[in-house]
Design a protein. Structure first.
Length: 95
């Protein structure tokens, strides 16, 4: 996965407490990706495969914010912040 630099970006919302499922943690370790990298691009408005307009509306209306990142062929991670902005979860995307 190519992680873009969002060096000058500012967070758009609060992440709250961060939790990660074990399978997601193992995949990130295998790929040499730090969870903070995904969290940073999520919180600064780069939502990967998720529809940007949906998240922009969610920011205005207080709904959940979701990002989907392809990590390797057949493996995607979902980063989801709940509507209350109290919890952000990193998990494998299940289809």
């Amino acid at each position: 996965m190519n992680i873009p630099c969002r060096c000058g970006a500012k967070p758009l919302f609060e992440l709250g407490q961060i939790a990660m499922h074990l399978e997601a943690e193992e995949l990130l370790k295998e790929e040499g990706i730090q969870p903070i990298q995904l969290l940073w691009i999520h919180v600064t408005g780069q939502w990967g495969l998720w529809d940007a307009a949906t998240n922009e509306e969610a920011l205005r209306t207080g709904e959940a914010v979701i990002s989907i990142f392809p990590i390797r062929e057949g493996k995607e991670l979902i980063v989801a912040t709940n509507r209350e902005r109290t919890t952000t979860m990193i998990d494998l995307r299940r289809r």
